[in-house]
Design a protein around this ligand. Structure first.
Ligand SMILES: Cc1cc2nc3c(=O)[nH]c(=O)nc-3n(C[C@H](O)[C@H](O)[C@H](O)COP(=O)(O)O)c2cc1C
Length: 151
């Protein structure tokens, strides 16, 4: 039952080094991409990250609370185009939790790592994420979701 997924999900901040299967990553992405959005404007952009080196560099976007990205084997950068939809934060948040619930259904751990409104020193975390991942400067960053196998 769906309520069992809701009850069992907990943020996971430590993962084993066993990678996710392609099919599992595809299902997580599908859950995020099928999330409802305001007026179905499709403002949310989801960027899957399988490159472990990049995931570890993304962990440096802020000075604390990025522990999940230190061992994650998969991550999704959750971004949106604010010019497409004014309620992009809501749309991006829904996509984030949809992916986390799909992961839980697959027995995969996940954790939301906040990017929006965070910084590392003087530099906004979202600028660091955009630079490291090579993303469009006009996009806004909400979060990075860390995924991996539970210990
Ligand atoms: C908007 C939001 C931002 C969060 N940011 C972080 C974060 O930056 N780092 C982190 O480790 N956990 C983060 N979390 C996870 C929360 O700490 C976690 O969901 C909360 O403590 C409840 O625990 P649970 O997920 O195990 O139920 C965030 C969660 C939300 C909803």
């Amino acid at each position: 039952m769906f309520i069992d997924i809701v009850r069992s999900r907990k943020s996971c901040r430590l993962f084993t080094d066993v990678p996710l299967e392609q099919g599992e990553m595809d299902l997580i992405m599908e859950a995020g991409l099928k999330a409802p959005s305001s007026r179905q404007l499709k403002d949310v952009r989801l960027f899957p990250v399988r490159d472990i080196g990049l995931i570890r560099r993304l962990a440096l976007c802020k000075p604390s609370s990025t522990t999940p990205l230190e061992t994650a084997t998969f991550a999704v950068i959750v971004a949106a185009d604010p010019e497409v939809c004014d309620v992009w934060i809501e749309d991006a948040s829904i996509a984030t939790i949809m992916m986390q619930l799909e992961a839980e259904d697959l027995g995969i751990g996940s954790c939301w790592v906040q990017v929006r409104l965070r910084s590392n020193g003087d530099e906004p975390a979202e600028d660091i994420v955009k630079r490291e991942a090579g993303l469009d400067g006009n996009l806004k960053m909400l979060s990075i979701v860390a995924f991996g196998r539970k210990p």
